[in-house]
Design a protein around this ligand. Structure first.
Ligand SMILES: [Zn+2]
Length: 428
């Protein structure tokens, strides 16, 4: 299940992808399909998590789509928690970074919001990362006990990241500067696998972190020597040994979590409740961690290299609306992944909202996905473009395999479009 996500192993890890959906192009090359996958973390994390889950088939069956999201997204959270996501940031020249941080509410799952100065940053080397492992694992348990299974797996993803960082050679040995990336970047992930490993039923975090740290520090000495001698091709076995040691630790931690909560959490789809509003902040009245983005929503730009286009929340005398300007390729305002609508195949929904535009295309959209965010169908309802406010309705039925409905507003090829008062309910 986790395996079939990746069509082929990537042959390169760090290529510019100014217009691709991901910061790092390997995910495109590898053929990842989930719209919610955000493997912009250091790539090794995703392959280590994948290796751990490969020896936990019962856990993967229990987690359903969450297993793939843990692999291709959640275990990268602490590397994606930067305020410059969604802006023309520093990672890629001439393009906006995708707003992965808001897409997944990553600051909430990492308990650190750089933009608001809330919480505190936890370093990614063992001396500090242990606090991230223990703290986020406890958060996962608390969420599980409160019946918030998906929240629990997202916190577990953050814990997984910190645990993996503890066994990374340059993290454990605290090597910064120009040698950090070459020491860490695994050019060929095909050796990251622990077939036959039998995960422990419990994990002692300080002991495990201490072991991973010592193991990685020793290998890092060899890696640094080989880098110095420019014998780059020979560092891979040392990196793979560390990655596989990390994979065993992750398997132990995930197994402990599974054994504690498998009887209490069910990831099977549930029908959406009838007669209630299913959108959070559908009138955009509440601002998020910036006034230009509504709480629980995120902006999407198809062309992240377009510096002219804007889409943002604007306060009005009656509340708030979304305004898109100078739009060429599609832009959209969408609920964050933790706030999408969930239902069962065959369930019908009505997406409603007010749209105002003249010229071009703007309206409502709804994308149906499986439980790992892989798209199965989509629908759009454009406004007629009279320049007046229009009330639009879009009826969507979740098809076979459809468990997620992501409604939103979109525009393309228009000088201006406005949106307000969005609502989603189960069709009566
Ligand atoms: Zn990290």
């Amino acid at each position: 299940m986790v395996d079939c996500d990746l069509v082929c192993l990537p042959t390169r890890f760090r290529e510019p992808a100014p217009r691709g959906p991901y910061l790092w192009d390997w995910a495109n090359e590898g053929g990842l399909r989930g719209l919610g996958y955000a493997p912009t973390s250091m790539a090794g994390h995703h392959f280590i998590t994948r290796a751990a889950l490969q020896v936990l088939p019962e856990t993967v069956a229990w987690l359903r789509g969450e297993a793939r999201l843990l692999t291709w997204c959640y275990c990268g959270f602490p590397d994606m928690n930067w305020a410059q996501y969604g802006t023309f940031g520093t990672e890629i020249k001439g393009a906006r970074m995708p707003d992965s941080r808001r897409e997944w509410e990553i600051s909430r799952y990492c308990r650190y919001n750089q933009l608001l100065g809330e919480g505190h940053f936890i370093g990614h080397h063992p001396k500090q990362a242990i606090a991230g492992v223990e703290g986020r694992y406890q958060d996962a348990c608390r969420a599980a006990e409160a019946g918030e299974g998906r929240d629990a797996i997202r916190f577990l993803g953050a814990a997984t990241h910190y645990l993996e960082d503890c066994g990374s050679p340059p993290h454990a040995a605290e090597i910064g500067g120009p040698r950090h990336m070459p020491a860490e970047s695994v050019r060929d992930p095909s050796g990251i696998a622990i077939p036959g490993y039998r995960p422990a039923t419990s994990i002692d975090f300080p002991r495990t972190v201490g072991h991973l740290e010592a193991f990685a520090i020793e290998r890092c000495q060899h890696i640094l020597r080989l880098l110095e001698e420019e014998r780059i091709a020979e560092i891979l076995p040392y990196q793979i040994a560390c990655a596989n040691e990390c994979a065993k630790a992750v398997a132990d931690m995930v197994n402990q979590f599974f054994l504690a909560y498998r009887d209490r959490i069910d990831f099977a789809p549930q029908p959406a409740p009838v007669g209630v509003e299913l959108l959070h902040n559908g009138d955009f009245a509440v601002a998020g961690d910036a006034p230009t983005c509504p709480d629980g929503w995120v902006m999407y730009w198809e062309d992240r290299a377009d510096a002219q286009v804007s889409i943002e929340r604007v306060s009005t005398p009656d509340g708030a609306e979304i305004v898109a300007r100078d739009v060429r390729e599609r832009v959209a305002c969408l609920p964050t992944w933790p706030r999408v609508v969930r239902g069962v195949p065959g369930q019908a929904f009505v997406v409603a909202g007010e749209v105002c535009c003249s010229g071009g295309e703007a309206g409502l959209e709804a994308i149906c996905m499986d439980d790992a965010t892989c798209p199965v169908a989509e629908a759009r309802k454009p406004a007629s473009g009279t320049g007046e406010w229009e009330m639009l309705e879009l009826t969507v039925t979740l098809p076979a395999k459809g468990e997620i409905l992501r409604p939103g507003v979109y525009a393309r090829g228009t000088s201006m479009a406005r949106f307000r008062n969005l609502s989603v309910q189960v069709r009566a």
